[in-house]
Design a protein around this ligand. Structure first.
Ligand SMILES: Nc1nc2c(ncn2[C@@H]2O[C@H](COP(=O)(O)OP(=O)(O)OP(=O)(O)O)[C@@H](O)[C@H]2O)c(=O)[nH]1
Ligand SMILES: [Mg+2]
Length: 604
C-alpha cells in the first residue's frame, strides 16, 4: 500500500545563472531559524568552494534543509550555469518538486528553459517565483507572460500548467502572492511549498537508496548522496550496491548523515523520502547506484546525464620554466588527481593517450574543464593544456559533431555584427524576435565547434551588454570547415626578460600579453599579431646605451597595459599548434614547437 510522509518535503531550486537561488537559500536558512542571522558575515553561504566565492557562481549542487513546525524541507541549491547542467539533472532525481526562479527584469533566459525542461521531463511539481521584484527595471507582467509561454512550450502534461506564482526578492528576504509587495518575509513561500509540493511516498517498504551525487573526503573516502526511495536504512545494517547488471558483495553502512544548514549531522537511520549521505559502502560506489537489502537487488532506473562534448589534452609541463612555480609536476601526480576527480565529477571522462605524460580529458564545456584546471593549479600543479576540441562521432559511416542551441539577447545595434559572426561560424538562424527596450532575441543552431572562442568575441562586440546561453541538442552531420582565429601570434625567439624598449617597438605589431621584466623563453607567445600570420620577434632586445641617461623609465611610460591572459581567455584564444602552460603563479601561452626552425619543418 502506498504510504506518504507529511513531515517532509524535497525541493530543488532552479533558474538561469544569477537569478538569485543561493541568496534565497540564505534567507530560508535564516528565517527558519536554521542558522542564526548575523552568525555568518558571508552572503551566499552555500557557495562554499573557493572559486564559487570568488566568482559569485554556484558550481556544485548542494543539499541543505530547514525545519519548520509543520515539516522539514530538504532543499537542493543548483548551479545556473549550463556547463554544470549535469549537476542539476542529477539532483532533480532527489526531489518531488521544484522552485523555478525568474529574474523580474531579465525574464526567462536560456538557462531557465534548460532547467525547466529537465524538471518537467521528470514530472516534478512546479512553483514559480518571480524574483528580484525590488529591481527598478522589473517588468513583472511581461515576465509573467513569458513564463506562461515557456511552460506552454515545454509542458507535456496538463498538470504541468497548474502552478502557483509568487513574487519576491531574495535579497530583501520576502515573498508574496501580491506582485506589488515591497516587504514581508518568506512565510508565503514556506506555506506554498508545504501545500503544493507532494510529500514523499513509497510503494512498498523494501530498501532502495538511489545515489545521485558523490562527494569525496580523504578521511571518509567516497561519500554517496541520494534519496531513500523506499524502506529504511540503518547504520551497521548489511546492504548491497546494485546497478543494471552489477551487484556488489554484502557490505555495511558505517556512517549516515542528514543535511542541516551548512553542515552534515550524523544519524542512526533514515527512511523513505529522506535525503542522506552515506560512507564506508563500496569503493566503486557510482552515480546511479541503488543501495538495497541483501538478497533484494532492486535497482531504480536511472536517467543518464548528457555526455561530454569537448576535450583537451592535459600533460606534464615541458616548458623551459617547468618546476619553477609548482610542486606537483609528474604524470603520476596528474593521473592520481584526475582519477580522484572522476570519483565525483560525473560528467568528466579521462582517457590515456599514446604518451604516458598526456591525458585526454573530456567534459561538458569550456567552463567545466576550466574549473578543473583552475582547481589543480591552486593545489600546486603545473600542467600543459592543448586547445579545446569537440568530440566527433561516426554515425552510419559519416562524421557527426555536437550541435548546440544558442540563444542570444542583444541590443539591436549589434544585431548585424553578431548575425554575421555566427554565420561565419556555421550557425543557422532558427528564430529572431524583437524584445522590449530596443533589444533582440536570436536563436541559432550551431556546431559546438563554432562556439569555441566565440564568447570572448561576443563580449567585445556587445561591450558586455549581450547575454548568451547554449545547450547541447544532439549530434548532426559535420557542418564543414570553420575558419579559426583570425590573428597570428607574436612568438619570442629569445630567452630573457622583456624590456620596455623592445615592447615599445613591438606595440605597433599587435596586442601584447607581457610587460617589461616578464621572464620569457624561446617559443613563448608574447602577443597577438595584428595580421593573420605568426611573427617571430625579440621582446628582450636592449637599447644600445649611447649616452649616460638610464634606459627604461621614459619608454615604459608609453606602453599600453598588456592584455591580461587568464585561463578562460587562453582556452578561448589558442590554436591547435599552441599550448597553455598552467602553473600556480602563471598562465603562459606558447607554441608547441618552441624553435622557429621546428615550426617551419612541421608546418603542414
Ligand atoms: N536586486 C536584487 N538582486 C538580487 C536578488 N537576489 C539576488 N540578487 C543578486 O543577484 C546576484 C546573484 O545572486 P545568487 O544568489 O548568487 O544567484 P544564483 O542564482 O545562486 O547564481 P548561480 O548559482 O551562479 O546560478 C547577486 O549579486 C545577488 O546579490 C534580489 O532579490 N534582488
Ligand atoms: Mg547559486
Amino acid at each position: 500500500m502506498k504510504k506518504q510522509r507529511s513531515d517532509l518535503r524535497n525541493i530543488a531550486i532552479i533558474a538561469h545563472v544569477d537569478h538569485g537561488k543561493t541568496t534565497l537559500v540564505d534567507e530560508m536558512l535564516k528565517q527558519s531559524g536554521t542558522i542564526i542571522p548575523g552568525s555568518s558575515s558571508v552572503d551566499r553561504i552555500m557557495d562554499s568552494g573557493d572559486i564559487e566565492k570568488e566568482r559569485g557562481i554556484t558550481i556544485l549542487a548542494k543539499n541543505t534543509s530547514v525545519k519548520l513546525p509543520e515539516a522539514k524541507i530538504n532543499i537542493v541549491d543548483t548551479p545556473g550555469h549550463m556547463d554544470f547542467g549535469g549537476e542539476v539533472e542529477r539532483t532533480l532525481q532527489m526531489v518531488e518538486g521544484f522552485l523555478l526562479l525568474v529574474d523580474a527584469a531579465e525574464g526567462p533566459l536560456p538557462g531557465t528553459r534548460f532547467v525547466l525542461q529537465k524538471a518537467l521531463l521528470l514530472d516534478l511539481k512546479p512553483i514559480v517565483l518571480i524574483n528580484k521584484i525590488d529591481r527598478k527595471d522589473s517588468e513583472i507582467d511581461r515576465v509573467e507572460e513569458e513564463i506562461h509561454n515557456l511552460f506552454l512550450d515545454l509542458a507535456h502534461h496538463e498538470d504541468h500548467l497548474e502552478f502557483p506564482i509568487l513574487y519576491g526578492s531574495s535579497k530583501l528576504g520576502f515573498v508574496s502572492k501580491d506582485k506589488n509587495a515591497t516587504s514581508g518575509d518568506l512565510k508565503p513561500l514556506f506555506d506554498t511549498i508545504l501545500k503544493h509540493i507532494p510529500a514523499p511516498s513509497q510503494e512498498d517498504s523494501k530498501l532502495r537508496l538511489l545515489i545521485t551525487n558523490l562527494d569525496y573526503s580523504d578521511y571518509l573516502g567516497v561519500i554517496g548522496i541520494g534519496k531513500v526511495v523506499s524502506g529504511t536504512v540503518k547504520v551497521g545494517s548489511e546492504i548491497i550496491c546494485c546497478k543494471k547488471g552489477y551487484e556488489s558483495k554484502p557490505t555495511k553502512i558505517t556512517q549516515l548523515y542528514e543535511f542541516e544548514g551548512v553542515s552534515r549531522k550524523e544519524i542512526d537511520s533514515a527512511k523513505y523520502g529522506d535525503i542522506v549521505a552515506v560512507s564506508g559502502v563500496d569503493e566503486k560506489l557510482s552515480i546511479g547506484t541503488t543501495i538495497c537489502n541483501v538478497g533484494h537487488p532492486l535497482p531504480v532506473p536511472y536517467v543518464e546525464i548528457d555526455e561530454p562534448t569537448l576535450s583537451v589534452y592535459i600533460s606534464v609541463n615541458s616548458s623551459p620554466f617547468s618546476g619553477k612555480e609548482g610542486k606537483l609536476l609528474t604524470s603520476r601526480q596528474i593521473r592520481a588527481r584526475l582519477e580522484k576527480e572522476l570519483k565525483t565529477n560525473v560528467a568528466l571522462r579521462v582517457e590515456d593517450t599514446d604518451s604516458a605524460e598526456k591525458f585526454k580529458v573530456s567534459g561538458r564545456g569550456q567552463l567545466h574543464l576550466g574549473i578543473l584546471i583552475e582547481n589543480m593549479r591552486r593545489e600546486g600543479f603545473e600542467l600543459e593544456v592543448s586547445a579545446p576540441e569537440v568530440i566527433y562521432k561516426t554515425i552510419d559511416g559519416k562524421k557527426h559533431e555536437p550541435v548546440e542551441l544558442l540563444t542570444v539577447n542583444i541590443n539591436k545595434e549589434h544585431q548585424g555584427d553578431i548575425i554575421k559572426m555566427l554565420g561565419e561560424r556555421k550557425g543557422l538562424m532558427q528564430k529572431i524576435e524583437t524584445l522590449e527596450n530596443e533589444r533582440v532575441g536570436l536563436v541559432f543552431k550551431i556546431p559546438a565547434r563554432g562556439l569555441i572562442g566565440f564568447r570572448s568575441q561576443f563580449v567585445i562586440m556587445t561591450q558586455g551588454t549581450g547575454l548568451i546561453g547554449s545547450q547541447f541538442v544532439d549530434y548532426q552531420p559535420y557542418f564543414g570547415k570553420i575558419a579559426g582565429r583570425r590573428k597570428g601570434s607574436l612568438n619570442s625567439i629569445e630567452n630573457g626578460n622583456a624590456t620596455a624598449y623592445a615592447l615599445d617597438l613591438l606595440q605597433s605589431r599587435g596586442t601584447l600579453f607581457v610587460k617589461p621584466t616578464t621572464k620569457i623563453y624561446e617559443g613563448m607567445i608574447v602577443g597577438e599579431h595584428t595580421r593573420e600570420n605568426d611573427l617571430d620577434v625579440n621582446p628582450t632586445k636592449k637599447k644600445k646605451l649611447t649616452n649616460m641617461r638610464a634606459s627604461g623609465s621614459d619608454d615604459e611610460a608609453m606602453l599600453a597595459p598588456p592584455r591580461e591572459i587568464n585561463l578562460e581567455a587562453a582556452l578561448d584564444w589558442i590554436n591547435s599548434d599552441e599550448l597553455i602552460e598552467v602553473t600556480p603563479k602563471s598562465i603562459r601561452l606558447r607554441k608547441k614547437y618552441l624553435k622557429a626552425v621546428d615550426r617551419k619543418r612541421n608546418k603542414k
